[in-house]
Design a protein around this ligand. Structure first.
Ligand code: AMP
Length: 429
């Protein structure tokens, strides 16, 4: 069979690499892919943007693609699955209506409240009804969020009422474009963040291996928020009782609620959770897709066939698949361009990739492009180096061996990915 992966980041490199391992798959196409996907056996890039729904559907029909897996949220929220399904092409992901869970924070907060799923208290405003008095009446800090897609940047944590009022005002005046024409003002939650990702379809659900990411740029979880600077799987904080609570209190009611609302969910569903001191799994956000960089360590551990899993979800037969995981831990370190997540330079030659390719573990590309025989930086997050080991600590050593083999001018990465998990491992021994 032929598979099409939509997107061009590290998540899509991992999806393409994993699909190419399937004995049933003859060829994987990635639109638009990156320099790393172009080098994978059985994988080729296609120069179509992930947002060009017409171009993607024409390509899928022309190439007779049997399964399309969509990486990023943009095309899902824009309705790629509805378009492909109407044309009789299997496309793995939620419908446009179900993808609103990520596409609109106001929609997802109302959904959570209506279905009694734990989440921070909140209020939503537009320019017409914005009330600074509401902000002044709330406890600090306060979280101000743009309703729509803002590439992970539309969330501001405000320490004073005045800064929250200013942030809300700026969003409503267009600092995030249309994404901020509605805003959500939310209670600040404390605890430890966990990513919980499942595969859903046909009323059934299979949880993926647990994972945890580091969103802040600097060591010690300091500095600005980013798309993610590293991730590992499993997440030791998610023990069996917490896993059961997340399934019972978040995942099952969410999928049931979507069915009741007439928008059943198929695809990867990602719940970003803040685990409170008492163990309550509060939903921070939903993503209608896999996380990046969580996907890279998760798929390193997946031993089952990925296209089989997606097809089972589409056919409503997830109860018949046996999802097997490598018992070892996997840990990924994101190597980013200097300056990221603000302004950063592109076009720097990357050295050491051949050396890294001979080491254990795997380097997934994100913002890279090739130019002649060189591979150049072409984005903020450039690579994700994933190591494996008997413990998260051992996986970390393997990942950093890869990182240390690779270099470019002004590369930046965190040195402490996995520190919470490693502290838990040390406490346990
Ligand atoms: P979101 O896109 O809604 O997940 O927000 C991005 C990040 O902001 C989250 O991963 C959290 O680190 C942080 N965040 C969002 N909402 C809250 C909240 N209510 N309390 C504390 N931190 C939050």
């Amino acid at each position: 069979m032929k598979v099409l992966i939509v997107g061009g980041g590290g998540r899509e490199h991992a999806l393409a690499w994993k699909c190419a391992q399937s004995a049933r798959v003859r060829q994987v196409f990635v639109a638009p892919g990156n320099a790393g996907t172009a080098l994978e056996p059985k994988v080729s890039n296609v120069q179509i943007s992930a947002d060009d729904l017409d171009g993607l559907l024409d390509y899928a029909v022309g190439e007779d693609i049997e399964l399309t897996i969509v990486g990023p949220e943009g095309p899902l929220v824009a309705g790629i699955v509805d378009r492909f399904t109407a044309a009789g092409r299997a496309c793995f992901g939620p419908s446009r209506a179900a993808a609103r869970l990520e596409g609109s924070k106001a929609f997802s907060k109302d959904f959570l409240r209506r279905h009694r799923i734990p989440t921070a208290s909140y209020a939503t405003f537009t320019a017409d009804n914005f009330d600074p008095g509401y902000i002044r009446s709330q406890r600090l800090p306060l979280v101000v969020k743009a309703d729509g897609l803002a590439a992970g940047k539309g969330v501001l944590i405000c320490e004073t009422h005045e800064s929250a009022i200013a942030a809300a005002g700026a969003m409503l005046e267009g600092s995030f474009g249309a994404a901020g024409s509605t805003i959500v003002i939310e209670e600040f939650l404390r605890g430890e963040e966990v990513s919980f990702i499942v595969v859903a379809g046909g009323g059934r659900v299979v949880p993926l291996a647990t994972s945890q990411d580091h969103k802040r740029r600097d060591d010690g979880d300091q500095g600005p928020n980013t798309g993610g600077m590293g991730a590992y799987s499993p997440a030791p904080i998610v023990d069996a009782p917490l896993h059961a609570r997340i399934m019972d209190e978040v995942i099952e009611p969410t999928l049931r609620g979507l069915r009741l609302d007439g928008t059943p969910y198929t695809g990867f569903l990602y719940a970003g959770l803040m685990i409170a001191q008492d163990g309550t799994p509060n939903v921070l956000e939903f993503n209608c897709r896999l996380g990046d960089p969580e996907t890279q360590p998760i798929l390193m551990r997946l031993q089952s066939d990925l296209p089989d899993l997606c097809e089972a979800a589409l056919a409503g037969s997830l109860d018949k698949v046996d999802v097997r995981w490598d018992p070892r831990a996997a840990l990924g370190v994101v190597m980013a361009a200097g300056g990221y997540p603000d302004r950063y330079r592109t076009g720097d030659p990357i050295s050491g990739l051949e050396v890294a390719a001979r080491l254990p573990g795997k380097v997934f590309h994100a913002g890279t492009r090739s130019s002649g025989s060189q591979i150049l930086t072409a984005g903020g997050r450039v690579l994700c180096a994933v190591g494996m080991g008997e413990t998260v600590g051992a996986a970390k050593r393997q990942a950093y061996d890869l990182v240390h083999a690779i270099h470019w001018s002004l590369v930046q990465y965190r040195r402490d990915i996995g520190y919470r998990a490693i502290a838990r491992e040390q406490d346990a021994t």
